[in-house]
Design a protein. Structure first.
Length: 300
């Protein structure tokens, strides 16, 4: 991430190192049969990426004064869901992308059937991981985490948003409809980063900190706006994927609806609203403030 200052510059390397270790441990060994499937799963998950969602889990946890080990299961599970969604989004039946994170997509590196199975396996592994007792969380909290992630990932969340996005291709949408689409497609999983951290917190702390859920909602929309802008004006070497794909597919985007400067303005408004909500958290909210700034300025 660029233009980072303290304390995010301090927090980010250990958070990223932590999630990489945890993901590696959670994934099946490539030597374990079926080896081709396990190689594809590891290719999809461990092949780079910004790790925005698990980092947000840890950042929301810091705002709640939670130790990172209490959040590891949630961070792993949400990144596994994200990885599965990217595999399926890239398939020929969906966005038909050849590049992801600067290298061939899973169905290009392996084959289409293996990509579908790898996505399915990562989806189910996410819930298996949450159900295990290694997190130190009690059974009730683990069940609540599973329910939260299922809601964020399913028909009322990410998958539902993807269905709306497919239906809207080539159609006209107003801003309210576009934002509702992305509150589901992109925003639901980012909102879950806060909600899952809140589940891991003590009940009294969680009740006093519900503003964090709204912060996550704002960041989810800002993240999508920046994605839309990068598709128009981003450097493919930084984004790791082809530019101009949204326009080629006839997708409704923020720049298409608001213009480039209007989309930038909307992203800044969401960032400022997040900063207002984070003010009561003092220094504990500083990583989230800086993550919000990065989200609206990032180059990849």
């Amino acid at each position: 991430m660029s233009t980072m200052t303290e304390p995010l510059a301090e927090r980010l390397p250990p958070w990223r190192a932590r999630i990489e270790r945890a993901l590696d441990a959670a994934l099946p060994s490539p030597e374990q049969p079926p080896t081709h499937l396990h190689e594809a799963m590891r290719y999809a998950v461990l092949g780079g990426g910004k790790r925005v969602r698990p980092v947000l889990v840890y950042a929301f946890g810091e705002a709640l004064d939670l130790p990172p080990e209490r959040l590891d299961s949630a961070a792993v599970a949400i990144e596994l869901i994200h990885a599965y969604s990217l595999i399926h989004d890239d398939l020929p039946a969906m966005d038909d992308d050849d590049l992801r994170r600067g290298r061939p997509t899973v169905h290009r590196a392996f084959d289409e059937a293996t990509a579908i199975l790898a996505g399915d396996a990562l989806l189910t592994l996410a819930f298996a991981h949450l159900g295990e007792a290694h997190s130190g969380l009690d059974a009730e909290r683990r069940l609540r985490l599973m329910a939260e992630l299922a809601a964020a990932a399913g028909h009322a969340g990410m998958v539902g948003g993807q269905a709306l996005d497919l239906a809207a291709t080539g159609q006209s949408l107003d801003l309210n409809a576009l934002e509702q689409l992305h509150r589901l497609k992109t925003g639901a999983l980012i909102r879950a980063t806060a909600r899952m951290a809140l589940i891991c917190a003590d009940e009294t702390v969680a009740r006093a900190s519900t503003a964090l859920e709204e912060v996550a909602s704002l960041l989810g929309l800002a993240f999508q706006i920046r994605d839309d802008l990068l598709d128009v004006e981003g450097d493919e070497r930084a984004t790791g994927k082809k530019s101009g794909a949204d326009a080629e597919r006839g997708k409704v985007t923020y720049p298409a609806l608001l213009g480039l400067e209007g989309a930038r303005k909307r992203a800044r408004e969401l960032h400022w609203a997040a900063l207002d909500l984070l003010e009561p958290f003092g220094q504990a909210g500083e990583p989230l403030r800086q993550l919000s700034a990065w989200i609206v300025e990032r180059e990849g």
